[in-house]
Design a protein around this ligand. Structure first.
Ligand code: SF4
Length: 148
């Protein structure tokens, strides 16, 4: 079975900054076709649950209280890449808009709930290393592709 790295919060782990998950009901269908490897870059990078929300601002990641948390995000991204290399993972499904996991949009750094085009720290590193990253809105089309 092909392995896919997946944001831990999408499989129901309560790893979000506010202590909740982003459980996606299509996970059970994915599990019939793939071996899912849940991973949360922020928690693995050393941040706690719950934690202050963070956004990418220029070349840094800052918390809503103004703390520079870039090193935790970089650490989580490196660990995600190591797991992909170790398990020969070529595809990741990551939660859209997160400063770690976003794949086409992120929050703009002003903490005003405004999104811009961009990608999270983990997504950028995985893509730089040839790993395809999609988000949860693309799970359905991935499943359909497998049906055909
Ligand atoms: S860092 Fe990624 S996996 Fe972790 S809670 Fe945020 S979106 Fe989910």
């Amino acid at each position: 079975m092909e392995k896919i790295l997946i944001s831990a919060c999408l499989v129901g782990d309560k790893t979000k900054y506010d202590g909740h998950s982003n459980y996606n009901p299509l996970i059970k269908d994915l599990l019939e076709l793939y071996e899912l490897v849940p991973f949360c870059p922020e928690v693995e990078g050393g941040l706690k649950i719950p934690r202050d929300p963070s956004e990418i601002k220029g070349d840094k990641v800052v918390s809503s209280k103004g703390r520079d948390v870039t090193r935790f995000f970089n650490e989580g991204a490196e660990k995600a890449l190591n797991i992909c290399k170790y398990l020969d993972i070529k595809l990741a499904i990551l939660k859209e808009a997160s400063p770690s996991c976003g794949s086409s949009e992120i929050y703009d750094g002003s903490f005003s709930n405004h999104k811009i085009k961009g990608e999270g720290i983990t997504t950028a590193l995985l893509r730089k290393n040839g790993i395809k990253v999609i988000n949860e809105s693309e799970i359905e089309s991935l499943l359909k592709k497998e049906e055909n």
